[in-house]
Design a binder for this molecule. Structure first.
Ligand SMILES: Cc1cc2nc3c(=O)[nH]c(=O)nc-3n(C[C@H](O)[C@H](O)[C@H](O)COP(=O)(O)OP(=O)(O)OC[C@H]3O[C@@H](n4cnc5c(N)ncnc54)[C@H](O)[C@@H]3O)c2cc1C
Length: 406
């Protein structure tokens, strides 16, 4: 049993990012909500720099691990603003849902990224870029800011990725890996697809070029980079296959004595399973091997302890914190409470989903069924991520109405 105790944020980010508890996440969200309308829409592109007040929410770490869900965020915002007034902010939240759905329908894109990343050579110029020693003022500052705080503004992520690919001409997969190892919100879908988008792979042929005047304007004159690439020819790749279907999930047996497995892809089990679900015990497993960087591991580890406490209260049973998600840990927790079923939030494409796929037959051999449960938000919206974002965007209002949120 392990409890991580380190602080969640680097020195410069401290105080600006929410701490890893649901209470802190909700407080942070509620402080932001009054600014989710016009001030977000007009100010969101400006990056005033680390430690400075900004128009964006800085909610990404708590949304990524689902200390608050996209549904929580949108519901809070709609409690204060109309759908149209907060349209830009809701749209950005739904970019995350779109990327998650897009990868869910094409999981091979994540596997392709991993294979290309592992084959790429980490030469001296990659090390210099990661260390912030390229001589490009803004790029070097963002490399250091990322490592020190675990966060970058969206516009800085776009400029950074563009300079990495088109000015420094480094392999995009190694840039994406650098982000994965340092972002607290490091996410297989949002990170991989955003890098692919900058590179011209995601929307084939359409690249993002970082321009010096745009950087100077939206960093309020903090930077005046020289020598940036003046054109950005799209990278190419073999075609990505057509979108598949969401995996159908078996219905859980709501009479079977169950273990609830909480993993770091969804730290909000009490909004997914009713208090009278047959949960006899909770295993809260945060395996550091299933994340990429220490800042994310510390954040998720602390958030897991908070999730375990909430689950104990909600289900009225005991919980065990574990730092391994393996067969031995899961089987012994299931046996300890006489479970015939393991209930768990459905994990999206990534290392936790891979781990669960490996554990399912081991549990089955012991007569224990693994039953992942998908959120209505994901089940309702992910299937629409078959084409570009604008087709997806057109479905959002209808989904919110169908869910009674509008
Ligand atoms: C190259 C690159 C890599 C990225 N890697 C990640 C990543 O690993 N994890 C991650 O969560 N986001 C990633 N993003 C998306 C985006 O930059 C961050 O979600 C956003 O900057 C977080 O800051 P915020 O919470 O203040 O966002 P806000 O502008 O306040 O937006 C609110 C929420 O909406 C979601 N969101 C906003 N913009 C995007 C977007 N473009 N794509 C997906 N979700 C979005 C986030 O959950 C965010 O917390 C990446 C973007 C780029 C360009």
């Amino acid at each position: 049993m392990t409890i991580w105790a380190a602080t969640a944020c680097g020195a410069k980010g401290k105080g600006m990012l929410p701490l890893p508890t649901r209470r802190a996440a909700l407080d942070h969200l509620r402080r932001f909500v009054p600014r989710a309308g016009a001030s977000y829409a007009s100010g969101r592109n400006t990056d005033p720099g680390p430690g400075k007040p900004s128009a964006v929410s800085r909610l990404s770490s708590v949304v990524r691990y689902r200390l608050v869900t996209e549904q929580d965020v949108v519901a809070e915002v709609l409690g204060r603003h109309s759908f149209n007034a907060a349209g830009k902010f809701i749209q950005e939240v739904c970019w995350r849902t779109y990327w998650k759905g897009w990868v869910e329908l094409r999981p091979a894109v994540w596997q392709r990224f991993l294979a290309e990343r592992d084959a790429a050579k980490r030469e001296a110029d990659v090390m210099a870029a990661e260390a912030g020693r390229t001589g490009i003022d803004c790029f070097d500052a963002w490399a250091r800011e990322l490592v020190e705080t675990g966060y970058l503004h969206n516009h800085a992520r776009m400029w950074f990725a563009s300079i990495w690919i088109f000015t420094l001409r480094l392999p995009w997969t190694l840039g994406a890996d650098f982000f994965l190892r340092h972002l607290i919100d490091a996410d297989p879908a949002s990170n991989t697809l955003s890098w692919r988008w900058v590179a011209g792979l995601q929307t084939a042929g359409k690249t993002y070029l970082a321009r010096a005047d745009n950087i100077a304007r939206y960093t309020e004159g903090r930077f005046a980079p020289r020598g940036l690439a003046e054109e950005a020819a799209a990278l190419t790749e073999p075609p990505v296959g057509p979108a598949g279907k969401l995996e159908a999930l078996a219905t859980p047996d709501m009479a079977a004595p169950s273990l609830l497995l909480v993993h770091h892809e969804d730290l909000n089990a009490e909004s997914l399973f009713a208090a009278d679900a047959p949960v006899r015990g909770v295993l809260a497993a945060c395996d550091p091997a299933l994340l990429w960087g220490d800042a994310a591991r510390r954040f998720a580890g602390e958030a897991m302890a908070d999730a375990a406490t909430r689950a104990e209260t909600h289900f009225g049973c005991g919980s065990t914190l574990a730092d391994r998600l393996d067969a031995e840990t899961l089987l012994s927790a299931a046996r300890a409470v006489g479970a015939r079923q393991v209930l768990t939030p459905c994990a999206p494409v990534g290392p936790v989903a891979d781990a669960l796929a490996g554990l399912e037959p081991v549990l089955a051999a012991e007569g224990i069924a693994l039953r992942p449960v998908r959120r209505r938000w994901d089940a309702g919206l992910w299937p629409h991520a078959r084409r570009g974002f604008f087709a997806f965007d057109a479905e959002i209002e209808g989904h919110l109405r169908a869910e009674g949120m509008l």
